[in-house]
Design a protein around this ligand. Structure first.
Ligand code: G3P
Length: 217
C-alpha cells in the first residue's frame, strides 16, 4: 500500500519524506489555507521533495473553470495530480483532464455509486473519506471494501486512496481492505511505528549486550 501525507505544509512534509517511506502527498483547500503560505509556492516546494503524486484541489464549481484551474495547477510540476470534487461538473472535468493525459484524484467520495462514476470518468485516484463517515456513525471501512469489490469486478484501474484517516487502526484496516493508497495526517504516520514491546525488547537487548562488554565496531 502506498503511503501519502495529507498536508500542505512543506516543512512537516520534508521532515517525514526523509524516512524514505512517503510515496506522495494530498492537499485540500482547508489544509492549504491553514498554512498561510502561497498555494503555488508551497505546491512547487512539495513537488520537488516528494517522488510521487501531489494532489492539488481546484476551487471552481463549474467544469470549464475546474479544467482551466486544473491545467494551471499541472503546470507547476509533472507530479501534480488535479483533485476535483465528486459532482457532475467534477466528473466532467475529470474525464476531460484524464483524457488529456493528466492524473486526477476525485475527492469527497462517500458512497460506492459515487466511486463507480469516478472510475467511469477516468479517475486516477478515488478518495473515500473514511473518518468523516465514522464521525457520523457509519462504517467508513465498509466503503473501502465495497469499492474494492466493485473495481475488481470490472477491472477498473482507478486506485482507491483511503482518506480522512483518523488513527493507525484506519491504516491497518485500509490495508486489509485492499486500498491502494492511504493518505495520513503527519501525526498518524508518526504513530505507525510505535509499539511498547518493541521499545522494551530493544532496551533489554542493548542492556544484555552492554553487560557482555563486547563491541561490534
Ligand atoms: O484531504 C482529504 C481528507 O483526507 C480530509 O480529511 O480529516 O478533513 O476528514 P479530514
Amino acid at each position: 500500500m502506498k503511503l501519502f501525507l495529507d498536508s500542505a505544509d512543506p516543512k512537516e512534509i520534508e521532515a517525514l519524506v526523509a524516512t524514505g517511506l512517503i510515496d506522495g502527498v494530498t492537499t485540500n483547500p482547508t489544509l492549504a489555507a491553514k498554512t498561510g503560505l502561497s498555494f503555488f509556492d508551497s505546491l512547487a516546494a512539495i513537488c520537488k521533495m516528494v517522488p510521487g503524486s501531489v494532489s492539488a484541489e481546484v476551487t471552481a464549481i463549474t467544469a470549464n473553470e475546474m479544467i482551466a484551474e486544473g491545467k494551471k495547477l499541472t503546470a507547476i510540476a509533472p507530479n501534480i495530480t488535479v483533485k476535483v470534487p465528486l459532482t457532475w461538473d467534477g466528473l466532467r472535468a475529470c474525464k476531460t483532464l484524464s483524457d488529456a493525459g493528466h492524473t486526477v484524484n476525485v475527492t469527497l467520495c462517500f458512497s460506492p455509486n459515487q466511486a463507480l462514476l469516478a472510475a467511469k470518468a477516468g479517475a486516477t485516484y478515488i478518495s473515500p473519506f473514511v473518518g468523516r463517515l465514522d464521525d457520523g456513525g457509519h462504517d467508513g471501512m465498509e466503503l473501502i471494501r465495497e469499492i474494492r469489490e466493485i473495481y475488481d469486478n470490472y477491472d477498473f484501474r482507478t486506485e482507491i486512496l483511503a482518506a480522512s484517516i483518523r488513527h493507525a487502526t484506519h491504516v491497518r484496516e485500509a490495508a486489509l481492505a485492499g486500498a491502494d493508497v492511504a493518505t495520513l495526517p503527519p501525526s498518524v504516520f508518526k504513530a505507525l511505528i510505535h509499539h511498547p514491546l518493541t521499545d522494551k525488547g530493544l532496551a533489554a537487548f542493548l542492556e544484555d549486550w552492554k553487560r557482555g562488554g563486547q563491541s561490534i565496531l
